[in-house]
Design a protein around this ligand. Structure first.
Ligand code: C2E
Ligand code: MG
Ligand code: MG
Ligand code: MG
Length: 278
């Protein structure tokens, strides 16, 4: 900042921009204290087989509960990434998701859980170790944890070295490419990244079933690569019908449920599953 001021660059900031900068600083300061204050919470959204409606897993989504209510990830994850706070926050998410999944496993049986991982976390050479520690501490088997990384990050990792993704895959954790179709992928890289899951971005669901050219192509691409396909943002029955016809294994979206607090997810989906199984 001193350097910017020294070159006179500060002059270019409008009042509106500095207000934005102040608001970011406030968010940063509050974010720093949030973990200690116990303000983070994971919500869980079910993933289901579109045909049988059997539960296939859950995605853990971070929520920040402040005095003014919940702050959406879109409003604080970018700040956390820029400031490096995503490191400790991401560690908290990793530890908490493993703890919860292991506890549910003991009580209700296996439930695969996916967490979102940011580019900053993957830039840390120690990240695979952090995953190992979280698994060991919780006792969660590695195959019940999947890491969701966005397409652009996966591709960047692939152009540099994707050794870390391979190490993580070798530990046994699942690897999902998130929001697929919104970034830009090199198809040759897609082949080389050690993926297990491809998540079709919810933007592509909006035109289903009247315009299916792109989602159908992505589905087929993923199937040919031997990946599990998860369709995100499934909101309607006609979308579900189409995905059944296409042989999509997993759907996630408001049609089934919004992300729920852990206790509510447990009641609605895990207790229910155990009851149905007799
Ligand atoms: P994402 O990983 O692609 O997560 C899916 C987002 O779509 C979630 O938003 C979810 O609430 C929303 N969603 C699910 N079903 C539907 C639907 O049927 N219709 C619509 N319109 N939306 C649906 P959310 O929870 O606000 O999270 C937004 C993004 O924030 C996530 O996108 C992810 O990139 C990021 N994020 C969330 N939790 C974490 C975290 O723990 N760590 C990191 N690094 N990023 C996170
Ligand atoms: Mg995700
Ligand atoms: Mg997504
Ligand atoms: Mg997203």
């Amino acid at each position: 900042a001193a350097k910017a001021a020294g070159t006179g660059c500060w002059r270019m900031f409008s009042a509106e921009m500095s207000e934005q900068a102040m608001s970011r600083l406030r968010t940063e300061a509050r974010l720093r204290a949030a973990e200690l204050r116990g303000e983070f919470e994971l919500f869980y959204q079910p993933k289901m087989d579109p045909r049988s409606l059997l539960l296939r897993g859950a995605e853990a989504l971070l929520r920040w509960k402040t005095d003014e209510g919940y702050v959406a990830p879109g409003d604080f994850i970018p700040v956390a990434e820029e400031t490096g706070l995503i490191g400790p926050i991401g560690d908290w998410v990793l530890g908490e998701a493993c703890r919860q999944a292991a506890a549910w496993r003991r009580q209700h049986g296996d439930l695969p859980v996916a967490i979102n991982v940011s580019p900053r976390q993957l830039a840390d050479a120690d990240f695979p170790n952090r995953v190992r520690v979280a698994l060991a501490k919780s006792g969660l088997p590695a195959h019940l944890l999947t890491l969701e990384i966005t397409e652009t990050v996966a591709m960047t990792a692939a152009t540099g070295d994707f050794a870390m993704l391979r190490v993580l895959r070798d530990i046994g954790v699942g690897m999902a490419i998130d929001d697929f179709g919104t970034g830009y992928s090199s198809l040759s890289h897609l082949r080389r990244i050690p993926l297990t899951v491809l998540k079709i971005d919810r933007g592509f669901m909006q035109t289903v079933p009247h315009d299916v050219a792109i989602p159908a192509t992505i589905l087929e691409l993923g199937q040919r690569l031997g990946l599990e396909i998860v369709a995100e943002g499934v909101e309607t029955e006609p979308q579900r019908d189409w995905l059944c016809d296409m042989g999509c294994q997993t759907i996630q979206g408001f049609l089934i449920s919004r992300p729920l607090p852990a206790a509510e997810f447990e009641d609605r989906f895990l207790v229910e599953r155990a009851r149905a199984a007799g």
